[in-house]
Design a protein around this ligand. Sequence first.
Ligand code: B12
Ligand code: SF4
Length: 469
Amino acid sequence: MRILLINPTTRRYTTNVSIQAQAPLGLLSLAAVLRSAGHNVKIFDRNVEDGSIKKYLKFEPELVGLTSFTGPMLLDAIYLSSIFRKHLDVPIVWGGIHASLLPQQTIENPNIDIVVVGEGEETILELADCIEQGQDLENVQGIYWKKQKNGTHKIVQNAPRPFIRNLDSLPFPTWDLLDKQKYFKTSLGWNRSSFAFFSIQSSRGCPYNCGFCYNTVFNKRKWRPKSPERVVEEIAFLKETYRAKTILFVDDNFAVSPKRAMKISQGIVKNKLDVNFHIDCRVDLLSKQVAKFLRVAGCDQIYFGIESGSPRILRFINKGITLKQALHAVRLCRELGIMSSTSFIMGFPTETIEDIAYTCRFIYQLNPDSLLLKFFVPYPGSPLYNYVIKHNLFSPPAKLEDWAITWTNIGCQFSKIPPDTLRKLSRRTFRKYFTRRIPKFALIFLLNLLKKKISPKQMLSWGIKNFLM
Ligand code: B12
Ligand code: SF4
């Protein structure tokens, strides 16, 4: 069966979310399973090949699948669904995080026939087989679908699908389906790692319960790891096949098991894989022993979600970390030569100007190598989403297309601080942080300029965006 999997773009609709093109790993994983079963799969990534609709219509797919995050990319996904619907009489299937968190509302959209809830490898395969053989979809677990009868339809919710038991059983993602150069060119990085990075998901889910995170509903607080051996094999495959130099682990929480993290590190060293890699880690999970193992194996960047410098807010969002742990983790990175990348979120419900002042001071004290300042958005499925609805701070959109939200267009105030003031405070915090690091950043900019990794125009626009606006 010919199957087209689409990664819709956010670029056309906003610049207010992180929009660098990254390979759509979820689709690569679905494609791998489908291809192993003999299906003919293509991937259309609108982030890197914007105007290629005609090319993919010519492929005449017999099933079109689209992925979804909450946010402006939904507008593109709806648009593309309508285009494919207009030209082809084939099932339009939605999956991914947004569709999984709000399946009923998603399936109500007239351009969508089937919604796959949760991880999609087993479901898409069963779906493709059923559709190819003209069978009914009654027994496919994990879907919402439109059952046609006498020219009309009714929405049917099938039984949920259990999690995949053994993630090692999944085939390697189909990187060969992508023009990798297109991703490498658009990625910007600030450390020693190569721009040409490959992503790997070495585990799924997370046992924690942070208030703003999708995990509680999507992964039901379960953490399911691939074995260290399998992870090392996947790195070796990317290295041998594509000469991969940098690996980005896109796990929700890479280091839930310190033992596994160390075993993966040992495997990388033992097999002389000679790669750099980046992970996401909670500050309370990074011990000196684990950090040393990671460093020796090539870890040169760790991304920490710290989120606030106010102990009260940390408790409110159920982050379960302390500022002391954050300081310790960042210091450890500095000591070992690992770049510390940190994220903070402003605008949580109940947050006050004093809380933001704590955050600002804490960032200054922490002095991480990189800083991402975001604003709170109540993503469906998160505990704080329920909180803001309960406290009448947010009315959830009634239609799929109205979920094209970002902090700038959401039109709500969740914290005690008016949005304009919050924006100003965020800029001030960033400037204070940045000013202190000017010598270091100037050097990095210069090196990036010399190596032609960044153009003077990009540098200028970055400066204007962060300092003049
Ligand atoms: C890498 C990443 C990015 C990359 C882009 C990735 C990409 N593919 O385009 C970048 C850095 C650009 C990014 C940006 C953003 N991201 Co992001 N990102 C991730 C991250 C860490 C990994 C995604 C991934 O590759 N997962 C691995 C694959 C295997 O899983 P998957 O994509 O979920 O796919 C599986 C299923 O969902 C399903 N499936 C997926 N698609 C489809 C399609 C079909 C047809 C079917 C049947 C099934 C199916 O099957 C797949 C295999 O099981 C996730 C967290 C996470 N661990 O998932 C956050 C995450 C997806 N991001 C998130 C957010 C909030 C953002 C931003 C808004 C951040 C910001 N403020 O700027 C932006 C929005 C970007 C946009 N396009 O709109 C949230 C999404 C919440 C939500 N409700 O949608 C997440 C969950 C993080 C979090 N903990 O909150 N992100
Ligand atoms: S924010 Fe990170 S630690 Fe918290 S629940 Fe989500 S993935 Fe887990």
